[in-house]
Design a protein around this ligand. Structure first.
Ligand SMILES: [Zn+2]
Length: 289
């Protein structure tokens, strides 16, 4: 654990397996952005955060397990887009069996919690387009920004010029696109560009800046172009989905965690490339985004 205080009121942890986790410190308590993937980390993160004040709100940037599982051990209200709540409470949410299997790999210490008492903790405060949270001398603005998922949320702390982008931006490399709509994702990157900011805390990877967002966009454009080129040559979806791979730096093993299995990572890739293929069929000019 090595949290960095990037501005007077913002603390960021980028080293847990799973998403980045952030704290905005206000005079009337804390807003946390995303919660750790592993409950062992989430418990440590809670303890660490509480030295700065009361945890009042946890914002989920989307519904994926790597951003929401740690909600389970967090106090305060959980805030997210309406569809984040719906998806976490629907049959598309990961089953207990899936989570037990996953935790055996990535967080063996917490397996018994998933076998027994774990219940998903979905946002209890939801919004559709915009919401502000005021905590005394600190205020954050939440904006619905579909693309990575249809329920993705960007959190902006104007005072310190910090954007918490969720997986709209991933400095570590491309995320899974299985729940994405690529044209919206490029629009979301355009929207990031319109903020007055100095720092972007991405969903995964190091804290970055405008140049980092551009580099990330270029990575996305390269994969979209590879898919488009094969489509131009008449390759079918299945063939393209099996041929093209991009580097996954998000789910792979780290020094302290076994990461997702190769099979799961391969499934994410197949689905991601399939998604891009299908979106290109609808919107061929994606290659110029
Ligand atoms: Zn993520």
């Amino acid at each position: 654990m090595s949290p960095q205080r990037i501005t007077p009121k913002v603390i960021v942890e980028t080293e847990y397996f799973g998403s980045n986790n952030s704290i905005v410190v206000g005079s009337e308590g804390l807003v946390l952005i995303d919660s750790p993937h592993c409950l062992s980390d989430a418990k440590k993160w809670r303890k660490y955060a509480e030295q700065f004040g009361e945890i009042r709100f946890v914002v989920n940037s989307d519904h994926h397990p790597d951003h929401t599982i740690g909600n389970y051990v967090m106090p305060g209200d959980v805030v997210g887009h309406t569809d984040t709540r719906e998806r976490l409470l629907s049959s598309e949410a990961p089953s207990r069996e899936y989570l037990v299997d996953l935790m055996k790999r990535i967080d063996p210490m917490s397996v018994s919690i998933f076998e027994n008492e774990y219940q998903v903790r979905a946002p209890n405060i939801v919004f559709d387009s915009k919401m502000d949270i005021h905590l005394g001398d600190a205020s954050v603005e939440l904006t619905h920004r579909p693309g990575h998922t249809r329920n993705s949320v960007i959190t902006y702390f104007a005072e310190d010029k910090v954007i918490f982008s969720g997986d709209v931006v991933c400095e570590a490399g491309l995320p899974s696109f299985q729940d994405s709509k690529i044209v919206d994702w490029f629009d979301a990157l355009d929207a990031v560009d319109c903020y007055d900011y100095v720092y972007v805390v991405p969903g995964h990877g190091e804290v970055t800046d405008r140049a980092g967002v551009q580099r990330y966009r270029e990575l996305g454009r390269q994969v979209v172009t590879q898919v488009a080129e094969r489509m131009d040559r008449g390759h079918e979806l299945q063939q393209v989905a099996e041929e093209i791979r991009f580097e996954d730096n998000i789910h792979v093993a780290t020094d302290s965690c076994a990461g997702y299995s190769d099979d799961m990572i391969n499934i994410f890739q197949l689905r991601s490339i399939s998604r891009i293929y299908q979106d290109l069929q609808e919107t061929p000019d994606l290659v110029s985004r």
